[in-house]
Write a protein that binds this ligand. Sequence first.
Ligand code: ASP
Ligand code: MG
Length: 416
Amino acid sequence: MNIFKFGGASVNSIERIQNLVSIVQKYSHTSLVIIVSAMGKTTNALEKVAETFYNGNKNEALQLFEIIKNQHLSTAKYLLVFRYNECHAQLQDFFTEIEWLLHDQPVRDYDYYYDQIVCVGELLSTCIISHYLKEEKITNTWLDVRDVLRTDNNFRDAGINWTDSSAKIKATINAGITVTQGFIGATADNESTTLGREGSDYTAAVFANMLDAESVTIWKDVEGVMNADPKTFKDAVLVSELNFTEVIEMAYYGAQVIHPKTIKPLQNKGIPLLVKCFLNPSLPGTIIHKKNIYQLPPIIVIKDHQVLMHLKTQDFSFVGEAPMSSLYELFAKIKIKPNLIQSGAVSIQICLDDHPTKINDLANEASATFDVQIEKQLSLLTIRHYTLEKIASLTSNKKILLQQQTPETMQCIYPS
Ligand code: ASP
Ligand code: MG
């Protein structure tokens, strides 16, 4: 059993859906679970529907949903001949479910409605793709993942019930090809949930773990994992082999390679993750597995929207265990995670993502113990496996506010 994951960009046009089918064709006699995201920017469009509905603009929400409906219907119409009617009927059921809800008055909290509405993106895309695969003579089973992936009711960031989901997934998935949705699940009461934006990679890893798959392949529009963002660094190179630790570090520092939650389910079972290019499947891509890898190129990650908080003890007393531990308790309470901390005799500096309300809360609470100063609009540069030349070339014209270095990793903060 292998798992394929196709993201929104790989199904955002007729040509790309046809391309997906040509990739799957080569594996049509194997056992495969194909996890698919919503098409293109559908999730963003559905978020708008949910917001508009929740703000009480029912008619506008319905109009916005109408656009999404028409996009999917015209895609289905273009791709399908023999199976159009059957597909149309299935799409219509999904549309009706949402429209039904949009006619209601919201009485529960926003996150609940968000999940009931936004989950339809993946249902629509997989429905069309499953029918189109069949039309192209690739036998497959469409699965509503909400029937097998049980989650808690922490809407918009639902946690998976591993025991129940694993039993259901093992009992449901057979040999051959299954097409199902990433990103969504359901509670024991059959309320739809989502796993957090960009969560389809995670779904693929969860299925792989539960089915003891041989591998997961994430099909992307890039050659594989690069050592830096090619949009910023023209000299970015492909890294053909990485281990799980390296990838989890990269994701933690802000690289938008793979959803960070994806790694653990695969690492725990030693299931390799392949990142391949759907535009040119013959390219080797990147393999991520459990293996020591030496001689990696410098890996560069830049995270913008950073804040540097300077804390000083008010009475010039040393920053001891007590203020330190109360500070960590505050992080947990506010649910904010420091990206970097530097502590001195009477001061602490903390680099954090700029969530304005959380930063405000933290500053307010910390001001009971410390003098607080905040610098905003900063970037955090991380270089793993750095060379001194690399550090020099990336920092020479910057005003470095803070720098930390281990033998493996250099991090510094500067105004964006
Ligand atoms: N469609 C969802 C999103 O755009 C999930 C995913 O693409 O992974 O966030
Ligand atoms: Mg996506």
